[in-house]
Design a protein around this ligand. Structure first.
Ligand SMILES: *Cc1c(COP(=O)(O)O)cnc(C)c1O
Length: 427
């Protein structure tokens, strides 16, 4: 038996090779476009942002792309675009970043949370349970880059005449059965914040094929383009020109859209490399007890995009009930970090929704199922360096094969997720 590093044995990796994980990849071209904005004071214009909006829409294969100052704002604009208003309800998966749901509160819209499946994604079989006469929309989140099962989701939406918003913050460029994520719903919105898969500082993007939704998103937060030149179809918006209807200033900083234009050029090839690396990592761990990959079979035409925030599913029963917290602690000791329990905390457990919101979310004991699904994060390999990936995989393998050493001092605490972005564990 090999002694685990957590218990005083020798770790597999003593120091993280930083280049393997550095993201985004920044080259001379990025630096030059950023300098041009700085030297010429072009932050607040819209020329660069308009170009990026067009290029991104073309890359997505949709008609309209509208950059916002961040993903949260683009999601609020998406809710406004499809006409969500006071008294309506929106169904959202409970395990996601807060911005998938919280902006609904600013419109007096109640969020109704639905369960996740074993890939941590919205469980399509739980959606109809959440529908009431007030339901107007489904917020679909391609969580940790796993493409949601869009066929049944779109079928349910059609049957009940519901609008669909896709939050593509984790999965830009990903495919579901050969079709790009973000093109299934009526509208899509996403973060392009510096830590995300498509990373360009602080940036968001709204996309749609419908002129009227594009115009409403403009009206929501782009005062400098909210005028007769840009509003062509939505006559009812004309009275409000020049003051945004969201009472927010949502346009993007052109330092970020300039970077985003360069990032877009290389994005697909960089994601393909990440997928090669991540698939190789999971192949090495195939069949081990206690863990399951969260990934798709690419032969179906689906893929994991830039494999943002990669996670695996944890099955404690297969490791004598070892807690996921202790498991991750032991892995971290072997590989110098990069393995944590829980993912995002389930949103229905937060008082923002159950106490503060204008239309409070109802308590729903069936959602405990989502809280109980255990998972852990794994390293996000940016390059397919097989030797290093093999070392990382052997760190996980070592903990699994020697997990009995950990059972004695295991506090058996339940999984602790995170309110991601704060670094805090609350429970
Ligand atoms: C990051 C994130 C957002 C919010 O985007 P920001 O750019 O940080 O405002 C929304 N939804 C999901 C799923 C995210 O991960």
């Amino acid at each position: 038996m090999e002694k685990l590093a957590l218990l005083g044995g020798t770790p597999i990796i003593k120091e993280t090779p930083k280049e393997l994980f550095r993201w985004p990849i920044i080259g001379k071209e990025d630096e030059e476009v950023a300098l041009d904005v700085i030297r010429n004071n072009r932050y607040s214009g819209t020329d660069i942002s308009e170009k990026f909006g067009e290029e991104f829409a073309a890359w997505q294969g949709v008609k309209y792309g509208l950059p916002f100052c961040n993903g949260t704002m683009s999601l609020a604009a998406a809710m406004f675009a499809i006409g969500l208003k006071e008294g309506d309800e929106m169904i959202c998966t409970t395990k996601t970043y807060w911005a998938s749901a919280a902006p609904a509160n600013t419109f007096g819209v109640k969020t109704v949370f639905c369960n996740i499946d074993n890939n941590l994604s919205m469980d399509p079989t739980d959606i109809e349970r959440c529908i009431t006469p007030k339901t107007k929309a489904i917020m679909v989140v391609h969580y940790v880059a796993y493409p949601c099962d869009m066929d049944p989701i779109m079928e349910i939406a059609k049957k009940h005449n519901l609008k669909v918003i896709e939050d593509v913050s984790h999965a830009q460029g990903g495919l579901y059965k050969g079709k790009k994520l973000g093109t299934f719903g009526d509208v899509a919105a996403m973060s392009m914040m510096s830590g995300k898969s498509f990373a360009a500082g602080e940036l968001g993007m709204f996309i749609t094929n419908e002129r009227k939704y594009y115009e409403r998103a403009l009206a929501y937060g782009h005062h400098e383009r909210f005028d007769e030149k840009h509003i062509q179809e939505c006559d009812d918006l004309r009275h409000y020109y020049y003051i945004t209807m969201g009472a927010v200033k949502g346009r993007a900083n052109q330092l970020c859209t300039a970077l985003a234009r360069v990032q877009l050029k290389y994005y697909d090839e960089r994601c393909a490399e990440i997928r090669r690396a991540m698939n190789y990592f999971w192949d090495l761990l195939e069949g081990l007890p206690g863990i399951r990959p969260i990934r798709v079979d690419e032969s179906t035409g689906s893929n994991m995009a830039g494999w943002y925030c990669p996670h695996g599913l944890y099955v404690a029963e297969e490791l004598h009930g070892l807690s996921v917290n202790r498991f991750c602690e032991a892995v971290r000791a072997e590989i110098d970090g990069q393995c944590g329990p829980g993912g995002n905390e389930c949103l229905h457990t937060h008082k923002f929704f159950t106490e503060f919101a204008v239309n409070k979310t109802d308590e729903d004991p069936t959602l405990q199922k989502s809280v109980d699904i255990e998972c852990f994060s794994i390293p996000w390999f940016i390059h397919c360096d097989k030797e290093w990936i093999e070392r990382y995989a052997s760190g996980f393998r070592k903990v699994i094969e020697n997990h009995e050493q950990l059972l004695e001092d295991d506090e058996k605490k339940k999984q602790q997720g995170r309110w991601i972005g704060t670094g805090s564990k609350v429970r």
